[in-house]
Design a protein around this ligand. Structure first.
Ligand SMILES: Nc1ncnc2c1ncn2[C@@H]1O[C@H](COP(=O)(O)OP(=O)(O)OP(=O)(O)O)[C@@H](O)[C@H]1O
Ligand SMILES: [Mg+2]
Length: 293
């Protein structure tokens, strides 16, 4: 049976500064199973990076609960956190400067974080990863000689260096052109096909249409979820599909543990719901939400 990879329950993150408090996550619930490829979308400031940073162990949550691959992110000691970051999660940032050392070669950068027993083993594994991301031919190039898209591909190899259980990527295609974004995205899809669990934040709506599961964050909570229609899931590898134009996913609103629901903003406007009260009733086996008379 697949292991639960991420279990966030009522997760809260508050950033405190001298003047203000920012409630970046406001009771977020999300469960991700082993082997899933999940995308997170949401407006700027909705809490996507905050959530990823909590999962990556880069920052501590304020309240709620968060388990990743069985580890409790609340009770972990600093020492356990160091091991967790090294062995359990791999992280790809949008700003790839954070992932690598500019004056080392691509190969050296991928070997650097490894903790395998011999240099030969590190070398072989690094070459395997560089091949996977299509960068084996540039193995001796210094990072600062590579293009943004090439650096990003090496960054993925670096994140995979220690075979993490979970790969996290925060807008990995944010600063590259469409062709490169597609290429990088295909690398993630292929990794997932091989069993890698991946959580990826993306602004790219075309790319998110190819993902089996897309969760949307609004104001620090999961508001809705889209699931790839079966017809498209089967055809994921076909290049003839116009992912930009087609309606590839079914959209669901998400009910939280205590039965709260966020209605899509468009529906609220469409019904002209300007009061904060709505009528809710069951009719013919369906729950109906209506404007009060
Ligand atoms: N270190 C911090 N200190 C104070 N506030 C922060 C900090 N990091 C994030 N925030 C605030 O928390 C909220 C969520 O930010 P976050 O970076 O998670 O958003 P995001 O969804 O990743 O946005 P974007 O799409 O722009 O990257 C924002 O209001 C942001 O200003
Ligand atoms: Mg962000």
């Amino acid at each position: 049976m697949a292991e639960t990879m991420i279990k966030a329950d009522n997760l809260v993150k508050i950033y405190k500064t001298k003047e203000t408090e920012v409630l970046a996550l406001q009771g977020l619930d999300l469960t991700v199973e082993e082997g899933e490829l999940t995308a997170i979308i949401g407006n700027s400031g909705s809490g996507k990076s905050t959530f990823l940073n909590m999962i990556g162990g880069l920052d501590r949550p304020s309240a709620g609960s968060l388990f990743v691959a069985g580890s409790n992110l609340f009770t972990m000691t600093e020492k356990e956190l160091v091991l967790y970051k090294r062995d359990t999660v791999g992280f790809v940032w949008q700003n790839n400067g954070r992932n690598m050392l500019p004056f080392l070669s691509a190969l050296e950068n991928v070997m650097l974080p490894m903790h395998l027993s011999s240099t030969q083993k590190k070398h072989d594994k690094a070459m395997e990863l560089l091949e996977l991301v299509g960068m084996a031919h540039k193995k001796y190039s210094r990072m600062n000689m590579l293009s943004g898209g090439e650096q990003q591909r090496v960054a993925i190899a670096i994140a995979l260096a220690n075979s993490p259980k979970l790969l996290l990527a925060d807008e990995p295609t944010g600063s590259v052109d469409t062709a490169t974004a597609n290429y990088i995205f295909d690398v993630f899809t292929e990794l997932n096909r091989r069993g890698q669990t991946i959580l990826i934040v993306t602004h790219d709506t075309a790319l998110s249409k190819k993902v089996k599961r897309v969760v949307a964050i609004r104001d620090g909570k999961i508001s809705s979820e889209r699931v790839l229609k079966e017809a498209y899931a089967d055809r994921l590898k076909e290049s003839g599909i116009d992912w930009r134009a087609e309606d590839t996913q079914d959209e669901y609103a998400v009910l939280d543990r205590v039965g709260r629901l966020q209605l899509p903003q468009e529906m609220i406007s469409e019904l002209g719901l300007d009061d904060n009260k709505v009528k809710v009733f069951v009719k013919d086996g369906q729950i109906v939400i209506a404007r009060p008379e």
